[in-house]
Design a protein around this ligand. Sequence first.
Ligand SMILES: C[S@@+](CC[C@H](N)C(=O)[O-])C[C@H]1O[C@@H](n2cnc3c(N)ncnc32)[C@H](O)[C@@H]1O
Length: 281
Amino acid sequence: MTKLLKRLLKGVLLDTELADVFSSFDIIGDIAIIKIPDSISLKKKLIGDTLLSNVSNLKSVFLQKTAVDGEYRLRGLELIAGDNKYVTIYKEYGCQFFVNVASSYFSPRLSTERLRISNLVSENELIINMFGGIGTFSIVIAKKTPVLVYNIDSNMDAYVLSILNSKLNKIQDRIISLHGDAQKILHSVLFEDKADRILMPLPERAFEFIDVSVNCIKPSGGYLHFFSHIKSETKSKAVGDSENYVHSLFSRYDYQIKHTQIVRAVGPRVYQTVTDIYIKK
Ligand SMILES: C[S@@+](CC[C@H](N)C(=O)[O-])C[C@H]1O[C@@H](n2cnc3c(N)ncnc32)[C@H](O)[C@@H]1O
C-alpha cells in the first residue's frame, strides 16, 4: 500500500505535514494499520477518517503505537477510526485466515515468501514450522501440496487460530497444531530424524534453535528455511552478510547453502533475510 495514504491526504493535510506521512501501511482484511510520526500525531483522527472513507470495505483503522515486540511478536494498537474490533479475515493464494491483529503475529508483507517456500515443497513431505503463528506459512504450503505440517507456536491465541484456520481451509488432516516452546516440543524423540523440511520464521532468535532443528532433519537430508535479521551497510551486501552469518552458525554441521534472499527491509540498514540450507547427516 505504498503512496496511497499520501495521495489521499493531499489537500487534507498541510504540505509540511504531508511530507511526514509514512508512505506504506498494512491492510489486513477490513482492518488498516498505520504508523504516524509524533510531528503529526494531533492529526491522527483526521488521517484515520480519511483512510476509512476512501478505501472501500475498510471497517477499522488502528495506529501502531509500538514496534513488534516480545516473545509473541505483538504490537501496541490504538483505534483511530471505525469499529473497535481486532478480528478479520485475510485472503491470499486461495487461502483464508482468521487474524486477530492484537493477540497474535501476522504480516501481509510475508505473502511472497509464503508462496516461494510453498513452491519448493514436494508431495508427502513431513514439515515442521517451528514458529507457525496462526498457520499462514503452513496453510499456504498444505493447501497446495499433500504434506503433513506440524505448526508449533508458544502463543495460545495463535495456536487456537491455527486450528480454526486449518478447518477454514479444509486441510485439518494435513496440519497438526502444537502449543508450546518449539525447543521443548522438538526435543521429544518423536521428532528426531523425522523432518524433510523445517521453517524457522523467528529472525531475532532462530539461531538459538539450530541444534534442535538439525536433530529433527531426516538422516537422508532435508531443508531448513532459516530467517535472520542482518545489519548491512548497503542492501547489495545483505545477502553476502547473511550467508557469512549462516556459515559462522552452521560450521559444525554438514550443510550447503542453496539460496539466500532479502525478505524485506525492517529498519535503517537492517534486513530480514531467508536462507535455504540443505542439511546432510
Ligand atoms: C515472527 S512470528 C511468525 C509467525 C508466522 N510464521 C507468520 O509468519 O505469520 C514468530 C512466532 O513465533 C512464536 N514464538 C516465539 N517464541 C517461540 C518459541 N520458543 N516456541 C514456539 N513459538 C514461538 C510467536 O508467538 C510468533 O507467533
